[in-house]
Design a protein around this ligand. Structure first.
Ligand code: GL7
Length: 838
């Protein structure tokens, strides 16, 4: 193996084209990469070629840091955090890496001096949409913080060929288009073909006695698939650490097919190849809905097995024995998607490395931590025994063994409590039999956490209540956080500059420093600048909306934004009820004094989720009427911006005045969009749900628009018997709004179009929109009042941003490191002859 020092280029005395940071060198590097990597000269180069050359120029400048960081993983005594996640919703890399390397302005200048349009090139990048929403984006924020905090870490996941679908809106309806993010190549990843791993599937097991007469089991699979790792560097801000995100791609092992070719089964062989490669083809686009699809379990097992085998390889390379595996790796399960890892690590240790069960179990429990991300019952993963047995026969046996031992312990502690036993069992036997993945994750981990204070309390009480009674010490809360690098510095440079001018740059890696802004709250000039900044950004968004969607919006109006996945529990339709209420007020009294508002929506619906798609249609239909009614006189505008993704998030969070966080209390585990808005100076209208509660605590109740039932009140009302008709009949305003929808007013007279939605509200209203309606309208009226006093609004806006320190993902990661992973920072030092940072 070539060591770092042996690579001759690192000893260059002059500034190397791949590392140098002078303008001249970067300019030369761009031309060099254009010619030697893209094989183009300016006469034939497309904008994408220039983007690629630029991306390689940036990547080159990360490589030595990356290489050095990777070396650290192989050092004895260094504990590596391994974040296992089926989703990483990274968003565009270019700007983020430029910021983290400290070379954004420099590179931008060079690009522009070379006669290229930096913004155009930046916008060419296809974002890797390898996640559905909050859960996947959280994993990306955590990778950023791990690097920034200099924690040795690897993210493991799946390299989906097709990420989350692109959304188009046709005639007001969502249409899904496949996301071809790889079609022009991906300059940020490096395939490591030599580190390919084999994963087995299906077949049967066989018992035997080994040479020491010990009872053993071997697995005889009927399919083997290769996992090829693709590595992406994850830079930290202002440090040398560059961690790795390792995503696995499934390929068919050629050797496996020789036999088929020899007997002439050419098409059979090709077909098996296609089937193998299907495993990592596409991201399942359901958020918070478990669908028992075999391919999904294949995906989960595939990436988890590759990752655990990879970790074992790294551990053994250090010359360590497997007994100390948990000292080398802290493995975090990002929800239950990777929880098959518990059974897989047991299989690897017991079957393949011949470690005794009890010791293997100790190692396994010490290795894993489990984060739960949802309380919705429909999201809890479970697999039928037959599906499980077909795909993973050995794992099912191992799960039975784990279960038998575990239930033995439970029986000893709670004799004669068969109900408790049935609830705790890894196997659901209440009807058709299932493997319960949350139970497997809970039993196999030493730490279990929720993602916001309320969510953790509800987990302890309900979903994992029996586990909490059994092992209270395993449970803790880790309130989510988001990275201020991407969500302020990259996305909102105007605000970032204003803040830095006031308090210096330290806040970017110590977000609590934003508190210092409070000292300027009485400074009228500062407030003016703050207001002006928000105004300018709203202007940019207005221009973007005009240019891309043809809708004229007034940048002076209140920008009221709800961007997130479409889901009934998130209650985008409650927002619509408010819009119709305002519209009705105008229709009844066209000269009414009203605070002009622009309602901005964005979000994708799971392709099979009819009600969510109907809500999109409703938003667009209400928009059509409101936006074109001359009585409204442009005081209200409703825009649904298609294809909400990370890039669009970066555009919209900074421009928001009001952040809509209006889920039914007890349903949103945390939310993270709520944090991104407030950090950028938006005020929140929200329920006491998820992290809203903690945001309100931090920013102060006087700077937060609260409404709605509490979780307790929701439970109480449900148990008393909730009847939406009561609200409909007793609230004339609500009745008018619902009747207007039913009448076909927003659907060209079609009284059927929105009936499923209206009927669902009238007859069931599972998310209690009607119960919260009046309280929501009242809070919105307070928002209108408050917005009229711009000085006061600005103060509240500043205080919101200034008090968001807690919600940095750096704080969250530090808590995980100290309380779950037992991981500490390791400084990455670079040799002097390697160029330092800019
Ligand atoms: C989620 C929660 O719904 C969301 O509230 C939370 O912020 C996020 C990250 O912890 O996880 N759970 C989930 O399944 N999805 C989420 O976004 C898709």
């Amino acid at each position: 193996m070539t060591t770092f020092e042996q690579v001759p280029v690192f000893q260059c005395e002059f500034e190397d084209d791949r590392t140098g940071l002078s303008k001249e060198t970067i300019k030369r590097a761009l031309a060099d990469n254009l010619f030697y990597i893209q094989g183009k000269v300016p006469a034939t180069a497309t904008p994408n070629d220039y983007y690629m050359a630029l991306a390689y120029t940036v990547r080159d400048r990360m490589l030595q840091r990356w290489f050095k960081t990777t070396e650290v993983y192989t050092k004895k005594g260094v504990k590596v955090v391994s974040y296992l996640s089926a989703e990483f919703l990274l968003g565009p890399h270019l700007s983020n890496n430029l910021i983290n390397l400290g070379i954004y302005d420099l590179v931008r200048q060079v690009v522009e001096e070379s006669g290229l349009d930096f913004v155009q090139l930046r916008e060419i990048e296809e974002e890797p949409g390898l996640g559905n929403g909050g859960l996947g984006r959280l994993a990306a924020c955590y990778m950023d913080s791990l690097s920034t905090l200099e924690i040795p870490a690897i993210g493991y996941g799946i390299r989906y060929e097709f990420g989350i679908f692109d959304q188009e809106i046709r005639d007001g309806w969502q249409v899904e288009i496949t996301d071809k993010w790889l079609h022009l190549g991906n300059p940020w990843e490096i395939p490591r073909l030599e580190e390919t791993i084999e994963v087995k599937f299906g077949g049967r097991t066989e018992a035997y006695y080994d040479e020491k007469c010990r009872y053993r089991v071997r697995w005889i699979p009927d399919k083997v698939v290769k996992g090829v790792p693709y590595d992406t560097p994850i830079s930290g801000y202002n440090v040398n650490t560059v961690n790795t995100l390792r995503l696995w791609k499934a390929e068919a092992p050629e050797s496996f097919e020789f036999q088929a070719f020899n007997v002439g089964d050419y098409y059979g062989a090709v077909n098996r190849k296609v089937v193998s490669e299907n495993i990592t083809k596409v991201l399942y686009p359901n958020d918070e809905l478990m669908k028992g699809k075999e391919l999904r379990l294949e995906q989960q097992y595939f990436f988890v097995s590759c990752s655990l085998q990879d970790m074992i390889r790294l551990h053994l390379q250090k010359g360590e024995s497997l007994e100390t595996f948990h000292q080398s790796f802290a493995v975090q399960l990002n929800d239950t998607h990777p929880s098959i890892g518990v059974a897989e690590l047991m299989r690897l240790l017991v079957d393949e490395y011949e470690i005794e069960w009890d010791q293997a179990w100790q190692i396994t429990q010490n290795t894993f931590g489990y984060t739960n991300h949802t309380l919705l019952p429909e999201a809890l993963e479970k697999w039928t025994l037959s599906l499980f047995k077909n795909l993973l026969p050995r794992h099912l046996q191992i799960i039975y063994e784990i279960n038998q031992r575990f239930l033995g312990q439970v029986r000893a502690k709670y004799p004669n409590d068969s109900d408790r036993l049935a609830r705790l069992s890894l196997i659901d036997e209440s009807g058709e039999k299932y493997v319960r993945m949350a139970n497997l994750a809970s039993v196999g981990s030493h730490a279990i956490n929720g993602v916001a204070a309320l969510h953790t309390e509800l987990l302890k009480r309900d979903v994992l209540g029996d586990f909490h009674e059994l092992w209270p010490e395993k449970f803790s809360n880790k309130t989510n956080g988001v990275t201020p690098r991407r969500w302020i510095v990259v996305s909102n440079p105007l605000l970032a500059n204003l803040i830095t001018r006031k308090i210096g740059v330290d806040w970017i890696s110590h977000l609590e420093d934003l508190k210092q802004l409070e000292a300027f709250i009485e400074d009228a000039e500062f407030r003016r600048e703050w207001r002006q900044t928000k105004q300018d950004i709203k202007g940019y968004l207005a221009t973007y909306i005009k240019e891309n969607h043809g809708i004229e919006v007034n940048p002076e109006s209140l920008f009221d934004v709800q961007v997130k996945r479409l889901h009934e529990y998130k209650r985008q339709h409650l927002n619509v009820l408010h819009i119709i209420t305002l519209y009705k007020r105008i229709k009844d009294n066209p000269n009414i004094e009203i605070t002009p508002r622009t309602f901005i929506f964005g979000g994708k619906a799971a392709p099979g989720y009819f009600m969510a798609k109907l809500i999109i249609k409703l938003i667009n239909s209400v928009g059509d009427v409101v936006n074109n009614d001359p009585d409204v006189r442009d005081r209200l505008k409703v825009v649904f911006l298609p294809d909400y993704n990370v890039r669009f998030g970066q555009r919209v969070y900074p421009a928001a005045d009001l952040s809509e966080q209006i889920s039914t209390a007890g349903k949103e585990a945390s939310g993270t969009g709520n944090m991104k808005f407030a950090m950028n100076g938006a005020l929140t209208i929200g329920t006491l749900d998820g992290a809203n509660i903690e945001i309100r605590e931090e920013v102060g109740e006087e700077n937060f628009f609260l409404f709605g039932l509490t979780t307790e009140q929701v439970y109480e009302l449900k148990s008393k018997g909730y009847n939406p008709w009561d609200y409909y009949h007793n609230n004339p305003q609500l009745k008018q709004v619902i009747d207007l929808i039913s009448s076909g007013f927003f659907s060209h007279g079609d009284t059927n179009l929105f009936r499923p939605l209206v009927d669902s509200l009238l007859y069931h209203d599972p998310y209690m929109l009607f119960a919260d309606y009046q309280s929501y309208i009242d809070a919105q009226d307070q928002v209108n009042q408050a917005y009229r006093d711009q000085e006061h609004w600005t103060r509240m806006s500043i205080l919101n941003a200034a008090r968001m320190g807690k919600f940095s993902s750096d704080r969250a990661i530090l808590e995980y490191c100290q309380e779950i992973w037992n991981a500490v920072p390791v400084k990455i030092e670079l040799e002097e002859y390697i160029q330092g940072r800019a």
